[in-house]
Design a protein around this ligand. Structure first.
Ligand code: PGA
Length: 283
């Protein structure tokens, strides 16, 4: 596991966007070789999406050969509702980049048969060859996607009832009116995310610091579902200083001493011939 500690939200957003950019460029996707991304919603990834849009507009990055799978969607909210995750993803990312709409996959929370919708989603991930990089955010209770405390750590995509804490936290998106917040969602399972070849978790803010502590300094436990990634062969936690408040000083010092290695992962790929090739093919 890597823990990448940046000064603040903006630098964590920039680091993660550069990491995604470099992973896509070095993968060098093409018509027979799509790069498959798992994506989150929420306030945390917004800064990363903004930067990815900038990279695209500057001609550094194309999403033409990228497929995406989103983590979750509310049940029963119209697709074009301002708070649906469909709307969030199009507003914050998809409408600003060159992704082909049929390569975007977001669960349909209005499907007639919700469990069938979830099963089909798993099948589509499999048909796409699995997920190369799954990006996630977490809640203060350590949930990943809508895998609330107590969720099975081998769970697959399914219908979930939201924890009261999550409903309360999400009320801010519904004018503070808790009665308007959907109480159910479709969500990928912890096992679905674990199957990705790589996982990157974004954690910012002091309110998430206890969850980060539980995620990395204590054991794997279904009450803190994000802790499952201790057993993933390739996971990266990207956080800001505030999110480290509950960690041991020695943990923070250790990972900070590795920052010179971590920063190489996001260095400009100007000299990388594969990256150059992709840029040229976009012109
Ligand atoms: P946030 O939500 O990014 O808005 O904090 C993350 C989550 O609850 O999963």
């Amino acid at each position: 596991m890597r823990l990448v500690i940046l000064d603040n939200y903006d630098s964590a957003s920039e680091w993660s966007a550069k990491y995604v950019r470099n992973r896509i460029l070095t993968f060098n996707p093409g018509p027979d070789n799509y790069f498959t991304l798992g994506l989150p919603t929420g306030s945390t990834p917004k800064g990363m999406y903004k930067k990815l849009v900038e990279f695209h507009k500057e001609g550094e990055l194309s999403f033409k050969y990228v497929k995406t799978f989103n983590m979750d969607e509310y049940v029963g909210l119209p697709r074009d509702h301002p708070e649906s995750y469909h709307t969030f993803m199009w507003d914050n990312l998809f409408k600003h980049i060159d992704i082909i709409p049929e390569n975007v996959h977001i669960l349909d929370g209005n499907a007639e048969d919700l469990q069938n919708e979830c099963d089909e989603f798993e099948k589509k991930i499999e048909e796409a060859g699995g997920i190369e990089l799954f990006i996630g955010g977490i809640g203060p209770d350590g949930h990943i996607a809508f895998n609330e405390p107590g969720s099975s750590l081998v769970s697959r995509t399914r219908v979930k009832t939201l924890a009261q804490d999550t409903i309360e936290a999400n009320a801010r998106f519904f004018n503070g009116d808790i009665s308007k917040v959907p109480t159910m969602a479709l969500t990928v399972g912890v096992g679905t995310v674990m199957d990705a070849r790589e996982v990157m978790i974004l954690i910012t803010g002091a309110h998430k610091s206890f969850a980060l502590y539980k995620a990395i300094e204590e054991g794997v436990c279904h009450m803190w579902t994000v802790s499952a990634f201790q057993q993933h062969p390739k996971s990266t936690f990207v956080c800001d200083e505030d999110a480290t408040l509950e960690l041991r000083v020695k943990t923070v010092k250790y990972f900070k001493s590795l920052m010179y290695v971590h920063n190489k992962l996001v260095a400009d790929l100007e000299e990388n011939p594969k990256a150059k090739k992709q840029r040229i093919s976009q012109d």
